[in-house]
Structure formats: C-alpha cells, structure tokens
Ligand binder design. Structure first.
Ligand code: PMP
Length: 285
C-alpha cells in the first residue's frame, strides 16, 4: 500500500503528492513546519506543536487556512489512513504558489501538507555511549535577521552547521549565537548538568523553544532536580559533568565529547539516564 500524504484536505498517494514549482516554500523557503512523534497511536504534545506552528506562521505573516482543531483532525486522520501508531509526523505550511518575485501577496493560497511516516532512529550505540559533537563556525541566525524561534522552511543556517559537523565525522554540531554563547545544535536543544543542576540556554539565547526541552525541564523539576535556564559558554559545556541533547526525533541523547573534550566521567551520566527513563515513561502515558 502506498503511503498517503495530506495536501489541503485531500489524501494523495505518495507518488502523486505534488506541489507547484512556483510555491514560495520551494523558491524561497517561505513557510513553516513542525516535526512530531506519535507513540501508541497518540501524537506527543500535539497541541504544543500546533501552538508553535501557529506562532511561527504569525511571525512570518502567514495565515494558516484551517483551524487548530481541523489541523488536529487532519493529522489524526492521516495517521489512521496510513495505519501508523508509532512514527513521525511532518507538518508543513508553505506560502503557496506565487510568481518568481518575492512578494508573498502574489501567492494564491497557503499549502498545508502532512506527511506521516516511519522514523529512522539513531543507532542504539549513540544512546549507550553518547555522541561526539563539534562546535560549528556557522553561528545561529541573528534574532534580528531570522528569529530562531520561527521554525521556518529556511533551514540553511542549520544545514551549513550540520555540514561542518558531518565533515568532522559528527552527526550533530553545536551552534553559538552572535554573542558567542551556546545556543543549540542543528536540530536539537542542549542541556548540561553542573554540580547536580540541570542547565540549558534560555530561549533568548536564540534557540528554538523545543517541545522535548520543555518536557524534560518539567520532568526534572517534578523529580526534584534543580533546573536553570542560563547563559552557557563553551567552557561551561567542556567542564560539565553531563551533557545531552533533546528533540522530538532524537528524544534524549547523551553527549560524551565536545570538540575533543570528554564530558564528565563517562556517558551517559546519572541524571541523563534518569531523565531518559522518565521521558520514556512520559511519552507513552
Ligand atoms: N532546535 C532546532 C533547531 C530544531 O530544529 C529542533 C527540532 N524541531 C529542536 C531544537 C528540538 O525541538 P523539539 O523538541 O520541539 O523537536
């Protein structure tokens, strides 16, 4: 059976799911998206993802042509049509078909696309031994150039950093902000553990407000772990007792090495393990 893709209210077979080459999503990266997980038939924190999608859209002056309730139903019916209970969901809203010029007002109607698919997970080895990452020279977008809180279809900033990471043999790369502070990795947020305190850069450091980041902070607090959103330098990361990354697809991944510096006494550390277990329970509750 061919995978069914939702485009503007209609389900198409994957090979027939097409949008115009004049779509400004393609021509200019003009659009927004979300990446979500579904566990045992339930989309994890769907409302939070939809809120972020609508916030991203508002920030680029894009009107999503359906309501959040309709989007919720569309996501669930696309999952059902594909019989996916555990998988990955990509929600995309593009500016739509326009002219070859930049003017978004010349675009006819926004395109809403929902792709539900199986997920390719990181190998177990990454979770057991931790990742080695490097700091990219490419910095995170300046908030006054492209607000990193907008999850836009223009991911070149992150892709350039990812290429740097891959060239250094790493699947993730750490990105600093324009002040030289630690921001996040190319597709995941970063946490460190420092003397028993869980620390992560504040959203004002130019990071995406990750849904997994939020869930992990909540879990830590409920578990009596002190959580701080603080400015972090690279030296703070190098000197950390533990380090891990969070994202919808990757969930909680330990980091064992940053720029050749070993983190803590061995990865994953105790708090990383604890939060991984708690996250594992939470996602299927
Ligand atoms: N930062 C960036 C740049 C991302 O693309 C993502 C993935 N969407 C994240 C962080 C993690 O966000 P979430 O936990 O909502 O998946």
């Amino acid at each position: 059976m061919s995978l069914k893709i939702y485009i503007n209210g209609t389900l198409f077979d994957k090979q027939d799911a097409k949008i115009s080459v004049y779509d400004h999503g393609l021509l200019y990266g003009d659009g927004v998206f979300e990446g979500m997980r579904c566990y045992a038939g339930q989309v994890f924190r769907l409302r939070e993802h939809l809120d972020r999608l609508w916030t991203s859209a508002r920030k680029i002056d894009l009107t999503i042509p359906i309501s959040t309730e309709e989007m919720e139903m569309a996501v669930n019916s696309t999952l059902a049509a594909n019989d996916i209970r555990d998988g990955y969901i990509r929600l995309i809203v593009t500016r739509g078909e326009g002219t070859l010029g930049l003017d978004p007002n010349k675009c006819a109607e926004a395109q809403v696309i929902i792709i539900t698919d199986m997920i390719t997970l990181y190998p177990d080895e990454f979770y057991e031994n931790g990742l080695a990452i490097v700091t990219a020279k490419t910095i995170r977008n300046h908030p006054l150039a492209l607000d990193p809180q907008i999850k836009s279809l223009n991911y070149l900033n992150n892709i350039l950093a990812k290429i740097e990471g891959l060239k250094a043999g790493c699947v993730e790369a750490l990105m600093l902000n324009h002040e030289g502070e630690v921001a996040e990795c190319t597709g995941v947020n970063i946490f460190i553990v420092n003397a028993g305190v869980l620390q992560t850069p504040p959203v004002s450091a130019g990071v995406l407000k990750g849904v997994t980041r939020g869930a992990v902070m909540e879990l830590a607090r409920e578990d009596g772990i002190k959580v701080e959103e603080v400015t972090l330098t690279l030296e703070d990361v190098y000197a950390a007792d533990e380090c891990f990354l969070t994202g919808s697809a990757a969930e909680v991944v330990p980091v064992r090495e940053v720029d050749g510096n070993q983190i803590g006494a061995g990865s994953p550390g105790l708090i990383t393990r604890r939060l991984t277990d708690l996250y594992c329970n939470l996602r299927t509750q």
